[in-house]
Write a protein that binds this ligand. Structure first.
Ligand SMILES: NC(=O)c1ccc[n+]([C@@H]2O[C@H](COP(=O)([O-])OP(=O)(O)OC[C@H]3O[C@@H](n4cnc5c(N)ncnc54)[C@H](OP(=O)(O)O)[C@@H]3O)[C@@H](O)[C@H]2O)c1
Length: 333
């Protein structure tokens, strides 16, 4: 496993991060049990993954609580990155949408952040958060100025409750404002072979100012593992059944086109003794300005396979060839 610094915090985190957004609020027939999640986290840690990315909103506390239990006997080996800002059934802040029939709000107001951090620490059963990230930018009507939010985060750092400060889903202007207002160590954005908008502004900015670029959705919800062919049927409550409007790569004809491209990569998977998902992740980690890749794992097998992506680099000529294949693939239809 390769490791990279989180900004200038002194923290060294595995380039592969364990993503926990897939953890739902309750266990159900189609949702994995706490025991399975803990086994999956242990499998990743055993393969060298030390970065775990979570948020209070992932399973509304369940993800952080399960992580707390999973790392209780190996806390010193793990870098926990959690977030703040997204609230459930708590009308402080600005309304941002409805999730599973319940209203969600966003607040980056200092007193709310302090409360959230205390709750996260309790759930994680830990004295500090390695990396605290503002989940989304603050918006009107209850918009908190970035300077106020950053001041609060810097105070939490001084108190030893937070070791590094990050942000996520921001515009370039917001990114620069956070950087000017305090010590910004990381920026989390969507990035994959199929989604490279961050190259326009975010990744060059991160490189220039030594801010870690933490990529999410590197596997595009499984599309870039090769396991979502045209024939793949998702379970009834899987959100991927209804995403074609906003994630057009999930349309059957586009899945077929992706599978066609993957079928020409057999020599690559043989050369690196790896899977299509490993190629997609190693490619992402080969992009300038992307330092870490977050991957969601539903099983120990996926965790072990995904951790492998952090152990090798694609040769320059293979990167070039993949880039040419992606240009040939073109946009989704
Ligand atoms: N900052 C933000 O706003 C934000 C937003 C989104 C995500 N994130 C972070 O980024 C992380 C990654 O995103 P994600 O978990 O939503 O999705 P993802 O990593 O793009 O995709 C994960 C899905 O891909 C499939 N998969 C994973 N490994 C596989 C393998 N080795 N072989 C075959 N299939 C595999 C699994 O689904 P199936 O097996 O069911 O196909 C899994 O649930 C999140 O967990 C979260 O920590 C942050």
């Amino acid at each position: 496993m390769k490791f990279k610094a989180i900004g200038n915090s002194g923290i060294s985190a595995s380039v592969i991060g364990f993503g926990t957004a897939g953890i739902q609020e309750t266990t159900s027939e189609t949702n994995i049990s706490d025991k399975e999640i803990i086994n999956t986290i242990h499998a990743a840690i055993d393969k060298g993954v030390n970065l775990i990315d979570t948020a209070p909103s992932y399973g509304w506390g369940r993800a952080e609580s399960v992580i707390g239990r999973a790392i209780s006997d190996r806390s010193d080996r793990v870098i926990v990155a959690t977030k703040c800002g997204v609230l459930l059934d708590d009308q402080r802040g600005s309304f941002i949408g409805v999730k599973n029939g319940r209203k969600t709000y966003l607040s980056l107001e200092p007193s709310v952040i302090v409360e959230e951090v205390e709750a996260s620490l309790r759930r994680l059963n830990r004295d500090y958060i390695d990396l605290l990230q503002c989940h989304k930018p603050s918006i009107p009507p209850a918009r908190t100025p970035i300077e106020e939010t950053m001041n609060c985060l810097m105070n939490l750092k001084k108190e030893g409750k937070v070791r590094a400060i990050g942000i996520s889903n921001v515009s370039l202007e917001e990114l620069d404002s956070y950087r000017r207002a305090g010590e910004l160590d990381s920026n989390q954005f969507r990035y994959s072979m199929l989604s490279r908008e961050a190259d326009q502004q975010q990744t060059p900015f991160c490189r220039k100012y030594e801010i870690s670029g933490i990529a999410y959705w590197c596997l595009e919800q499984g599309l870039l593992t090769g396991s979502v062919g045209p024939e793949r049927i998702f379970s009834k409550d899987d959100f991927r059944n209804d995403v074609a409007d906003w994630l057009p790569w999930f349309r059957i004809e586009n899945r077929r086109r992706l599978q066609g491209m993957f079928s020409t990569w057999n020599d690559l998977t043989q050369k690196y003794s790896c899977s299509i998902g490993n190629i997609a992740t190693a490619w992402t980690l080969g992009q300038p300005g992307v330092t870490h890749a977050l991957l969601g794992n539903k099983s120990t097998q996926q965790a072990i396979s995904n951790a492998y992506s952090g152990s090798f680099r694609l040769d320059e000529e293979d990167m070039k060839r993949i880039n040419a294949d992606l240009v040939g693939l073109g946009p989704p239809v």
